[in-house]
Write a protein that binds this ligand. Structure first.
Ligand code: GLC
Length: 722
């Protein structure tokens, strides 16, 4: 049988025309195949699906699998392109969340850098490495704004702040997709990004994964939709719907938010993929009578690809033929999928070179970036001057469960990193302190009594503790933010015998470290720092790299305080942190360490804030500037200057602090730099319940400083629009 003409293969045609030509040639069964995603198929399975995911299963984040290689992907593509009637290529997807073979810090760790350029570079490298293994679609960046550290998926987030999540999420999309404005997806080292989990997943009640979410339209628009709006503007190729319900409506069946808002108001033109089995789970939510009903509801709400539930594959042909589902709905979904395949260049070149991976993965340049990213994920919480470690120490003892850890440094959602590629913290300290006369001893604290002997013999002890990656990520919520059982007691014993004790806490989430408040000489927090975590931590401990990490989430004193975030509303009885009336009778109201907090090795002073004009009129741009000085004489500083705004009045209550800008500035000892921000009316605007920008005239207090609630302030007047 002669193959039918394939006009859609003419690459000079505009993509919509190519899509239309191909759609017109497709049977109903072929259309349904394109909206069906399967997991881990074999070549013989090819035919009934349009995309596939390589994953270990529904909780892929902490379960290793065989991974994917170019050869196996090419075998699948060959069957699709050469073994089916229309030869439509597949898209192979994987959760490339924070690196591929070169594992970067978890997103929460990358967020601690407050550095969009760094995030973009890490995503670019991840795409370069993953595409070499045949992956052309990643289910990242996760954009959930997370304010409850009990929720294990905070590890995958950019933290508690919507502005930061929007800026870093957009940077990640540009990195994955190969550039701004949607990138250059047809380049072989670019892969489609996926904004997830649409929307509000970080509000899961009680921090319990998958739990219900209750949120109003203003908070949804201004906190949780903000990062999604930003990445749609950045040209993200796909979106993933979330598992949970909002106000009793499952997101996978949420027509108002998926169809009307995301695809309508925001104009998102790419495919929306459900989360794993989430279409089928509409039955468990109690809104679908059976799998066919789930397929009808999901497609009608705006889901374009059904991830592994089989609902679309099993029932859509019959539902369309029976007139229950309009074929136009199916056609819209298929158009979005086909357009993505054309944009990825898969019709021109579906093949992955099978000799590229070895030369592009885990290169020295990628390791150097991972090391820089790891150092940026380190937040110095307390230091009595013991850090940076001074030369001439006679004996350093490195201990604790993370002292000799390798794969545990990676964090959750690490699918392709290999333990043997990672160095340990102990190795890095030993490597750094090889000077004659300095001895580095190491143990993993299995025998606490032996460790105490070593500690007493040392000039300084570095104790590396914290939570195992298995305790964060999907389906890993906790009821307590304390360090894992036994670790505080072990540290207290160490503190009693150590001359100086530096505590390094590795974690996938903000922890409640109250019991470390007066323990030891210094406390350093490292969000699971990745393959070069050992070097990154040693670089900061030694002062080779100034501590620059800043908290992307507030650290509570105790679990009972959460959810806790800097951009809370004032309430009708605003809290006076210095007052004698608080909210809790049994603990403090403020965080142990606020959003944006992080120390350096030098004292940085903020001078007077200035405005280029005191009034922001329509069409204006006002410049805010401040002098920032490294007041120290010995150490360089890498200061993350943060600008916060507070509206004095609006039609609704606005947060006591809204992050509106970040500048990272390097300062040599004694150096002063002028740091400037440009403000326009959009910077200070809010979204109303429909998502439209609103800005009420009036006064704004602007505060610029080292973290939320700190630094000099100045008042700006916003005048009424004409
Ligand atoms: C998981 C996660 C999602 C991931 C998907 C595929 O359940 O919720 O983030 O991308 O399934 O692994």
């Amino acid at each position: 049988m002669n193959a039918p003409p394939r006009p859609w293969l003419d690459a000079t045609m505009p993509v919509p025309d190519r899509v239309a030509a191909l759609l017109a040639a497709m049977t109903l069964e072929e259309k349904v195949a394109q909206v069906h995603q399967v997991a881990n198929p074999a070549p013989d399975d090819v035919g009934g699906f349009g995309t596939c995911i390589v994953a270990s299963g529904e909780h892929a984040g902490n379960v290793r699998d065989a991974g994917t290689q170019a050869r196996s992907v090419n075998a699948l593509q060959r069957r699709a392109v050469e073994g089916t009637r229309l030869g439509i290529p597949l898209i192979v997807a994987r959760d490339v969340i924070h690196g591929h073979r070169t594992v970067f810090p978890i997103p929460l760790g990358q967020a601690a850098s407050f550095d969009a350029d760094l995030v973009r570079e890490c995503a670019r490298v991840a795409a370069r490495e993953a595409t070499a293994d045949g992956v052309r679609w990643t289910f990242a960046p996760m954009l959930d704004v997370a304010q409850d550290p009990r929720w294990g998926r905070i590890a995958e987030s950019w933290g508690e702040d919507a502005w930061l999540a929007a800026h870093l999420g957009a940077a990640a999309v540009e990195g994955f997709q190969g550039g701004p404005d949607g990138g250059r997806l047809d380049q072989p080292d670019a892969m489609a990004a996926c904004a997830k989990h649409y929307v509000g997943y970080g509000l899961a009640q009680g921090g319990r994964d998958y739990a219900e979410v209750d949120v109003g339209p203003h908070v949804l628009q201004n906190r949780h939709l903000r990062p999604f709006r930003a990445v749609v503007d950045a040209g993200v190729a796909t979106v993933m719907s979330a598992f949970h319900t909002i106000d009793t409506v499952p997101m996978t069946g949420h027509t108002a938010l998926l169809g009307d808002h995301l695809k309508g108001d925001l104009g998102f033109a790419g495919p929306v993929v459900s989360d794993w089995d989430a279409v089928g789970e509409l039955r468990q939510h109690g809104v679908a009578a059976d799998l066919a009903d789930a397929a009808r509801l999901a497609l009608g709400a705006g889901i374009d690809i059904d991830m592994v539930s089989e609902a679309f594959a099993t029932h859509l042909v019959d539902l369309v033929r029976a007139g229950v589902v309009p074929e136009a709905q199916l056609d819209d979904a298929v158009r979005r999928v086909l357009a993505l395949k054309f944009r990825l260049g898969l019709f021109e070149d579906p093949w992955t070179p099978e000799d590229r991976a070895a030369s592009v993965q885990l290169t020295d340049a990628h390791r150097a970036l991972a090391r820089r990213a790891a150092a940026s994920a380190v937040v110095l919480l307390r230091n009595d001057g013991t850090l940076p470690l001074r030369p001439g120490l006679r004996r350093i003892h490195v201990t604790g469960p993370f002292a000799t850890a390798r794969a545990e440094l990676f964090g959750t959602w690490t699918l392709d990193g290999r333990a043997e590629d990672a160095g340990t913290i102990a190795d890095a300290v030993r490597e750094r302190y090889t000077a004659p006369g300095t001895e580095v001893t190491v143990d993993d604290h299995r025998f606490g009594d032996e460790t105490l002997v070593r500690a007493r013999e040392a000039d300084l002890v570095v104790a590396c503790v914290g939570e195992h990656p298995l305790r964060s990520g999907e389906a890993n919520s906790v009821t307590s933010l304390d360090l894992p059982a036994g670790q505080v007691e072990a540290l207290e014993a160490l503190a009693r015998v150590s001359r100086r004790l530096v505590v390094v806490v590795l974690t996938g989430r903000p922890l409640a470290l109250e019991r470390l408040a007066h323990l030891g000489s210094a406390v350093v927090l490292a969000f699971h720092p990745g393959i070069e975590g050992g070097h990154g931590i040693a670089d900061v401990l030694s002062g080779d790299v100034p501590p620059s990490g800043r908290l992307p989430s507030s650290l509570p004193w105790t679990t009972g305080q959460v959810p806790l975030h800097h951009d809370q509303l004032p309430t009708g009885r605003p809290l006076d942190p210095d007052g004698d009336v608080g909210r809790y009778r049994d603990h403090r109201d403020t965080p142990a360490y606020p959003f944006g907090f992080g120390l350096g090795y030098a004292d940085v002073a903020y001078g007077e804030v200035q405005l280029s004009r005191p009034v922001l009129a329509p069409g204006d741009v006002v410049e805010l500037s401040v002098q920032v000085t490294n007041a120290g004489a010995e150490h360089a500083a890498l200061e993350t200057v943060q600008l916060y705004a507070r509206a004095h009045r609006a039609a609704v209550s606005r947060p006591v602090s809204e992050l509106v800008g970040v500048r990272r500035v390097a300062l040599a000892p004694g150096e002063t730099r002028r740091v400037a921000f440009e403000l326009d009316r959009t910077t200070l605007s809010r979204r109303d319940a429909r998502g439209d920008l609103r800005l009420e005239p009036g006064l704004f207090t602007l505060q610029v400083g080292p973290h939320a609630g700190a630094g000099p302030t100045i008042t700006l007047e916003v005048t009424a629009a004409p």
